[in-house]
Design a protein. Structure first.
Length: 136
């Protein structure tokens, strides 16, 4: 038995694959999914999506979003996702710095709370990407 793992972002499908199992970061902690798991839905937080494909462990850095598991199909919709193998740590660090600078300017200009929250989320995602790359 296996699970169909689908990861989608606003830019398109980041991953669609048959996997042996997956572990995803949720607001309640890490959640392990194996074939035959009961249907479930929830919130995904920025972190590392880990899965086993053909006996090999693989990972993706993902941003926040939602997931639904139904009939051994795990669908994850997140704001961003990238394979750990594709992460450029220098680029992630530069993006984090740019987002922090923009956040500092926004706070000084007293920009609304929603925009500040969005900038903080961008910073968290860049940090997750860099940490994910450093782990592998």
């Amino acid at each position: 038995m296996a699970i169909v793992l689908e990861v989608a972002t606003p830019e398109g499908v980041a991953l669609e694959s048959v996997v042996d199992g997956a572990t995803l970061p949720t607001e309640m902690g890490e959640l392990g999914i194996l074939p035959g798991h009961v249907p479930l839905a929830g919130i995904v937080v920025p972190g590392l999506l880990r899965f086993v494909k053909n006996g090999e462990r693989e990972s993706m850095a993902i941003d926040g979003g939602f997931f639904i598991l139904q009939s051994d199909v795990l669908s994850i919709l997140v704001d961003g996702a990238i394979s750990v193998a594709e992460i450029d740590p220098t680029e992630a660090e530069q993006a984090r710095r740019r987002a922090e600078e923009t956040l500092a300017r926004a706070k000084l200009a007293q920009v609304d709370a929603a925009e500040i929250a969005q900038l903080e989320a961008k910073i968290r995602y860049q940090i997750i990407k860099k940490q994910a790359h450093n782990r592998h």
